[in-house]
Write a protein that binds this ligand. Structure first.
Ligand code: AMP
Ligand code: MG
Length: 408
């Protein structure tokens, strides 16, 4: 049986490099950048005023100055500010030659074609310097960066209308089991509605991939192979169920090449990983995930998600890990890494982890309660209330309301 770290090394070596596709900025939201964005024009492109007011020579104020012109945002100054003069200027308008500071309009009074400015000034006061946000030639965004609101605004302010982003890896999802039926269809006695298909579809989407629903395969070889043939246009294939020791657990038989099928983690020991050969000769990574809904999710999060994130060019493909204090004992025997489900909260001493009521791998409700999974090492025994534990954050719901008060 492989350790978790060994298994991760094997699966990560199957992650292909990101492939790019060009999309408009509107479509780029939430995608990962697959190129460097370089600034080709200073932002802002010229010294400009940060205030509505008067562009002056700093040494001329306070004083009474003749107003040469009014410079609106979008206009170009036509006059040089010389001793005894100034120009009215609006926020964002280019600074006129000769002026080196701005006095805000609140500190002024108009007398005919003169302005009385009763404030002194220092050089560059209320002036936004050319290139002060980004200088020409600077690398503004690196590959792997998620295009969020500020990144999209930045790309746009550089004049870039479209960007190269990583293609979403296509992930085929195939449930297996004679007992498993798609929701919406009638179930006979002995059958259950599938949960794994919809869970995996959502997990793939959350990871940045494009899920392909490939239905449910029966527990016999010809049926399973026919169903897998529908999965071959994907970059990664996921199956669920049929990888344990049962008489009808046949998923392992359909791998073209299997690297391993057991990992020393709990929950979810049976995880088969290897490849499928497409008729074209290409090999496609195949994950045989366990059928138990919790094991299925946990194995996806630990092994499939980092592969998908790597294919997207994410420089940090793993879930974030923090240290938390346990509120209750967690039973454990040495031999497997324990990924126990915990709810998180926050107190004055930091992050607090409370194990869910059961750790059974079939109880999906516990995944709805869990904000994180523990990472308790292979050789560790049980942990007690008050012990510190490393937790992998799955979601941030617990952080809501933790600091909900605005300052007065
Ligand atoms: P298996 O590994 O095929 O023996 O499945 C283990 C357990 O997971 C069994 O109780 C199955 O009924 C259940 N299971 C398998 N596939 C699914 C699925 N798609 N949705 C919900 N439960 C499933
Ligand atoms: Mg089965």
């Amino acid at each position: 049986m492989l350790t978790m770290v060994e298994a991760l090394e094997r699966v990560m070596s199957a992650a292909r490099a990101p492939l790019g596709e060009r999309v408009s900025l509107a479509e780029a939201h939430g995608r990962l950048l697959a190129e460097e964005l370089v600034c080709t024009r200073d932002v802002p492109p010229w010294n400009n005023s940060a205030m509505d007011g008067f562009a002056v020579r700093h040494q001329d104020v306070p004083g009474r100055l003749r107003v040469l012109e009014t410079i609106a945002a979008g206009a170009v100054p036509t006059r040089v500010v010389v001793e005894g003069t100034c120009s009215r200027i609006m926020t964002g308008a280019p600074m006129p030659a000769g002026a080196d500071a701005v006095v805000m309009v609140e500190k002024s009074r108009t007398e005919g074609d003169h302005a009385v400015l009763d404030s002194d000034a220092v050089v560059d006061q209320h002036v936004r310097p050319r290139g002060g946000d980004v200088a020409e030639g600077a690398v503004v965004l690196q590959p792997g960066r998620v295009m969020g609101p500020s990144e999209l605004g930045m790309a746009s302010s550089l004049g870039i209308p479209s960007v190269l982003v990583a293609q979403r890896p296509r992930v085929a999802i195939l449930s297996t089991g004679d007992e498993v039926v798609e929701a919406g269809w009638p179930v006979h006695s002995g059958q259950i509605w599938s949960s794994n298909t919809q869970t995996l579809m959502a997990l793939v989407r959350e990871a940045g991939g494009e899920p392909i629903h490939c239905g449910i395969a029966p527990d016999h070889r010809e049926g399973l192979e026919a169903a897998l043939a529908r999965c071959l246009r994907a970059d990664v294939v996921l199956t669920t169920g049929g990888v344990s020791m049962g008489d009808y657990d046949i998923v392992r038989d359909v791998f073209s090449d299997m690297a391993f099928w057991k990992v020393a983690i709990k929950p979810g020991k049976p995880l088969a990983f290897g490849e499928l050969k497409a008729p074209s000769g290409a090999s496609i990574p195949l994950f045989g995930l366990p059928g138990n809904p919790v094991s299925c999710m946990v194995n996806f999060l630990e092994f499939v998600r980092p592969v998908l994130r790597t294919m997207l060019g994410d420089p940090r493909p793993y879930l974030p890990v923090r240290s938390a204090r346990l509120t209750a004992r967690i039973g454990k025997r040495p031999g497997r890494v324990l990924l126990a489900r915990v709810a998180l909260s926050w107190d004055d001493a930091g992050l607090v982890a409370t194990p869910t009521a059961t750790q059974s791998s079939g109880v999906l409700t516990t995944m709805m309660q869990a904000d994180a999974l523990t990472l308790i090492p292979l050789e560790s025994g049980p942990l007690d209330a008050g012990d510190r534990v490393q937790v992998q954050i799955l979601r941030w719901d617990w952080a809501r309301g933790a600091h909900h008060q605005y300052p007065q």
